[in-house]
Design a protein around this ligand. Structure first.
Ligand code: DAH
Length: 341
């Protein structure tokens, strides 16, 4: 029995452990050297043939060799385990100093932002928002609004009919009717929404567009309230310096009726591209609510009076942003939309 065998096993352990990269490979070496059928175990088994003195000395050396190999194994185990951890951490590393992924904020469509802009002005004056459906009854859209049976806007060529008594609303005015039928005065509502007309598309016409309607009904309401409210709106929307002008007009659902112009907020009235050179811009239609309309909601017309108004959202958005073609609103071209951040 040679002691060199022990030295040789230690050398094999050192050489083998130099090669290993993983805990499994290290374990394989441990089994090969120290396991039940391992090299050192075999050597110890062969000690039986030694005489007692030799056996004692050999046993001592063998134990020392085992201890050394165990400590080499423990050291290598620790190293490969540490290496595995480090690689795991490195693969999971998150560099918080890297620039973030850009998430460009969306922006509201100019029609939406114009609705919000106008609504807010009226809400600050005490109006509530009331909405109605885009599919309306002929009754709400025309009859209840005092439109004559032969009124040209009822024509098939102007209105999208769904059936004999339903249509795509041509105006937001039917929300006046719905409000009057649901609610008793005092009433103060604005109604933004989509409208539809069989118009051919051009730079200022679209078969789908938006309006904002207003209705106020209370005791003692006069044309002075209408003018004061809408003049105040014009100054808040277009600038404190703008003037307003009310021109007589006709609408079936108001009497008297008017159109309101504002002095051009771009040129101050001298005449420019925005106002088409004449210094005034038509903004909305308005009037004192016709008693026939109030009666649809069973309003006591001796006690209550009211005013109403309606304006085109696209038209106002075009004026505010100097947009010269209504079609731009519906094309969703990012180059257009992005300008309204
Ligand atoms: N509905 C009208 C239109 O589409 C606009 C309008 C005018 C609404 C006068 C009103 C109003 O409430 O009083 O042309």
């Amino acid at each position: 029995m040679e002691y060199e065998q022990l030295d040789e096993i230690i050398e094999r352990a050192k050489a083998g452990l130099r090669e290993v990269e993983t805990e499994a490979e290290t374990e394989a070496i441990r089994v090969k050297l120290l396991g039940k059928k391992g090299s050192l175990t075999e050597i110890l088994r062969s000690m039986a043939s030694l005489n007692p003195d030799e056996r004692k000395e050999f046993g001592r050396r063998a134990n020392a060799a085992r201890a050394e190999i165990e400590s080499l194994l423990a050291e290598r185990f620790a190293e490969v385990r540490e290496k595995r951890r480090r690689l795991k951490f490195e693969s999971e590393i998150l560099d918080v100093t890297e620039p973030g992924k850009g998430r460009p904020p969306g922006s509201r469509h100019p029609v939406t932002s114009t609705i919000d802009f106008i609504s807010r002005i009226f809400m600050n004056m005490g109006f509530f928002v009331a909405e109605g459906p885009e599919i309306e009854t002929v009754f709400n859209n025309f009859d209840a609004l005092n439109a004559a049976p032969n009124h040209p806007s009822r024509d098939m060529t102007d209105t999208f009919y769904i059936s004999a008594d339903t249509l795509l609303r041509t105006q937001t005015s039917p929300v006046q009717v719905r409000t009057l039928m649901r609610q008793a005065p005092p009433i103060r509502v604005i109604s933004p929404g989509r409208c539809f007309r069989r118009d051919a598309v051009d730079a200022t016409h679209s078969p789908m567009f938006h309006q904002i309607e207003g209705l106020l009904v209370d005791e003692g309401i006069t044309m002075a309230d209408l003018k004061g409210t809408l003049d105040n709106f014009a100054k808040l929307a277009f600038g404190a310096e703008v003037k307003t002008k009310f021109r007589p007009h006709f609408f079936p659902f108001t009497e008297p009726s008017a159109e309101m112009d504002v002095s051009c907020f771009k040129c101050g009235g001298k005449g420019c591209r925005v106002c088409g050179g004449n210094g005034w811009i038509e903004i909305l239609g308005c009037g004192m609510v016709h008693p026939n309309v109030l009666r649809v909601g069973n309003v006591d017309t001796e006690r209550y009076t009211g005013f109403a108004f309606g304006m085109g959202v696209e038209r106002i958005a075009m004026l505010r942003h100097e947009i010269d073609d209504i079609r731009l609103f519906y094309e969703n071209d990012m180059r257009f939309i992005e300008q309204f951040r």
